[in-house]
Ligand binder design. Sequence first.
Ligand code: ADP
Ligand code: MG
Length: 234
Amino acid sequence: MSTATASDASGLQARELTRDYPTRAEPLRILRGVNLSLARGNALAVTGPSGSGKSTLLHVFGALDRPTAGEVLINGRNPFALPEPELAAFRNREIGFVFQEHYLLPQCSVLENVLVPTLVAPDADAGVAERARMLLDRVGLARRLDHRPAELSGGERQRVAIARALINRPTLLLCDEPTGNLDRVTARAVADVILEMARAENATLIVVTHSAELAARLPKRMELVEGKLEEGNG
Ligand code: ADP
Ligand code: MG
């Protein structure tokens, strides 16, 4: 499907996604026909044990990694139909990522780190610094703008990463084990921030995790079982 046939559907759609990793023997099939329809603004947890393909799935949803077969539609557009430079711009504009590691730049301040994704956006305007301050205020870091990542706790670093993920007003927020490095109490607080911020920004949210406790916080849950997404119980 080309971008010219983009539908009105907003949110995320996946149809019969497969993803193989080549090996010296036969390819390793990690995703085996994933289907999903998640309307704009909805939130989903994807669970599954380590090695089940959760990160692989999130990379395909986030247009970081091409599926071997099948289709992803983000707000009705197939990102993989775009030429590479446009795909990178689309990803930067439409999708925010939060990973288990914060990937903050150690030499930059909190405020500068949040502004990094705006540096490549051609239409970034003077309002972005104000938006960065607003986001940092909302994640509880209004008084830490000038601090370096090394001066923050693990939970605070993830809060910065959440603000950075949202700076370009993405419609899709993808989180890969976002609380995996945090203690339980901090993990809960960071999960609160992710849920609140996604709601406030009307972003479609997908959190992949092996943590049942984190998954229970989301309104909808699915499980990655043998390469397919199945309805979770509850
Ligand atoms: P999860 O995030 O659920 O732990 P992953 O998506 O990281 O699972 O990995 C799923 C499977 O795919 C694992 O068996 C892993 O070893 C394999 N895998 C992941 N990335 C690659 C790669 N680039 N090349 C080959 N195999 C990979
Ligand atoms: Mg993973």
